[in-house]
Design a binder for this molecule. Structure first.
Ligand SMILES: Cc1ncc(C[n+]2csc(CCOP(=O)(O)OP(=O)(O)O)c2C)c(N)n1
Length: 561
């Protein structure tokens, strides 16, 4: 029988949290507030592992990182008012990358926003464009709690949800109570083990569409952007016999050694070599790919596109015919590979693509050796020193781009918030993943690090976290673009040369800090950097901005000469 909906705030919150936990909710990030006190008490009473984070924007990114690392739904809980709006950036990121983030925003009872009550705004549905589904959990609007909880659990399998919770006072117990001990965190899964439901008809449609394309001898490009699930090497081997694999290191395709990961570098070579054949069909998945050049080249060719997305998103990337399939990415690729296991290879057209890639890879070492101390050589040193077990997070914007040049197929799939490519939660996402017990190393720029410094207002702080901050005096990416310098405003309005001392941020938050300014000092620092520590470590690496931009340009020129 459907339980009656309780009007009492604490009972209502308990019913919600119990229901979410019974459906797989794993952990929560709680931000202080009074209106959300019923939710805080309910999480604590359920023994659900919780993290306390001050800044709701960071808190939502912590939950994103936790969800990524645990491969489970994770809640973020806040009070009413602007606190609720601060969940938006992480929800938007989760919506694009399909992570199960549950935003629970406490609210005052319906109508109070119009009654001169403080800390109120209209909260129902405020995140609607950036979530899979919005709910209101309230005695007035939730007639069937069980069905509503089931709908929440269905929606979160492929992305974030928002649940607004209007609570009337009283919000607290009448007498003093003793908190329970939370249960321990479950083991981090790393990318790649969640199973979401597969629609058999949709799968059959995908396989027959693909079969048609194969039978017509189409030149197929499998093209991936950031997504959180690992792709099986056996599956990729079969795909590589029937298609070209290209995509970001964060797409999972990089597990195959022939995948073209440094796509901007490849595009540079492609243009210089006078142009290669475009594919007839691109099979796409994940967040938008990093290479604008590749995207535009395919768009100019109006390439036909099959898009895989478990949440049913259907971005028309190349102005060609688009067919979208609401399917989990790994499951769709696995099923196709099983079907094709014995098929004769069809990759003749791919020969020149791979020959070009091989040439670029051979030219990499000499071009790198010719580079002076700069962002390029720092990224090379960091990637070379990274321990095998480290989970790598890459901040926007140049860290994730440099990483394509140093990709190693034998490594774990790295992560970057490329869904919407914000700099506003890269540190907090890495903190969240580290809170789940992963050994996370984040490579960040200085602006991104300063922007998201509230990521450290979290309790507890994960000691296993390592952050390498490339301090090139501001937003180095703006020197990669031809436009900003032409404005005459590059240092002030784009790079934002701040001149701030990063150690002050580290001191404030009790982080270990070390600054290096030379290759020798960097290599010496890295020797012991990943050893056990009591607190997170920040390694600030100072590089010259002008020379860094020039070294990157010379490298690209050198490899594609
Ligand atoms: C929330 C948000 N604001 C602004 C931007 C635009 N943006 C992209 S990269 C960047 C500069 C980042 O600078 P830094 O962290 O130092 O990294 P670098 O450019 O050196 O890679 C800015 C402001 C963004 N992506 N997200």
């Amino acid at each position: 029988m459907t339980p009656a909906f309780p009007s009492d705030a604490r009972a209502s919150a308990r019913l919600l949290v119990e229901g979410l936990a019974a459906r797989g909710l794993e952990a929560a990030v709680l931000s202080p507030g009074s209106r959300n006190a019923p939710l805080i008490q309910a999480f604590e009473a359920q023994g659900i592992p919780c993290v306390i984070a001050l800044d709701e924007r960071a808190a939502a990114h912590h939950a994103l990182g936790l969800s990524l690392a645990l491969n489970r739904p994770v809640a973020v809980v806040c009070t009413s008012g602007t606190a609720a709006l601060n969940h938006a950036p992480a929800l938007a990121e989760a919506e694009r990358t399909g992570l199960s983030l549950i935003s629970l925003t406490a609210d005052r009872p319906a109508g109070t926003a119009d009654q001169w009550e403080s800390q109120t705004l209209v909260q129902d549905g405020i995140h609607a464009p950036h979530v899979r589904a919005s709910f209101s959990w309230s005695a007035k609007t939730t007639p069937d709690p069980t069905a509503t909880l089931d709908a929440m659990a269905t929606a979160w399998t492929s992305g974030p949800i928002h649940v607004n919770c209007p609570f009337a006072e009283p919000l607290y117990p009448d007498t003093a109570t003793t908190p329970f001990a939370p249960r321990p965190w479950s083991t981090p899964k790393g990318p790649g083990t969640a199973v979401s439901t597969v629609d058999a008809n949709e799968m059959a449609h995908w396989l027959s569409t693909l079969q048609n394309a194969m039978d017509q001898g189409k030149r197929i490009l499998l093209l991936g952007g950031t997504q959180s699930h690992a792709l099986s090497r056996a599956t990729l081997d079969t795909w590589a016999r029937n298609a070209i694999l290209a995509g970001d290191s964060t797409s999972g395709l990089g597990a195959h050694p022939d995948a073209i990961v440094a796509t901007d570098r490849w595009m540079r070579g492609q243009r210089k070599s006078g142009g290669l054949d475009r594919p007839d069909l691109a099979i796409t998945f994940g967040a938008p790919i990093l290479s604008k050049a590749l995207r535009h080249w395919l768009r100019e060719g109006r390439i036909a596109q099959l898009h895989l997305d478990p949440g049913g998103r259907a971005p028309r990337a190349f102005n060609g015919e688009l067919t979208a399939f609401r399917l989990p990415i790994a499951a769709a690729l696995d099923a196709a590979a099983r079907k094709w296991a014995d098929r004769a290879p069809n990759v003749n057209w791919a020969g020149p693509w791979h020959a070009l890639e091989q040439r670029l890879r051979t030219a990499h070492a000499p071009a790198l050796a010719a580079a002076p101390w700069s962002d390029l050589t720092v990224h090379a040193a960091l990637h070379a020193a990274l321990p095998a077990e480290a989970e790598l997070h890459l901040a926007n914007s140049t860290p994730v781009r440099y990483a394509q040049l140093f990709h190693d197929p034998t490594r774990r799939q790295p992560w970057s918030n490329r869904g919407v490519a914000g700099i506003d939660g890269c540190t907090a996402t890495a903190v969240g993943a580290a809170l789940a017990g992963q050994s996370v190393t984040l490579i960040s720029g200085d602006l991104g690090f300063l922007y998201d410094a509230n990521a450290f207002h979290v309790h507890p702080l994960p000691a296993s976290l390592r952050i390498a901050v490339i301090h090139n005096g501001g937003g180095g990416v703006f020197r990669w673009l031809p436009g900003p310098v032409r404005t005459g405003l590059l240092p002030t309005h784009f790079e934002m040369r701040h001149g701030l001392e990063l150690h002050a941020v580290c001191d404030l938050h009790g982080l270990e800090h070390q600054r290096v300014e030379t290759a020798e000092a960097l290599n010496a620092a890295l020797e012991d950097w990943w050893s056990d520590s009591e607190v997170p470590r920040v390694l600030e690496i100072a590089t010259p901005p002008e020379r860094s931009a020039e070294a990157h340009r010379a490298y690209m020129e050198g490899v594609s000469a």
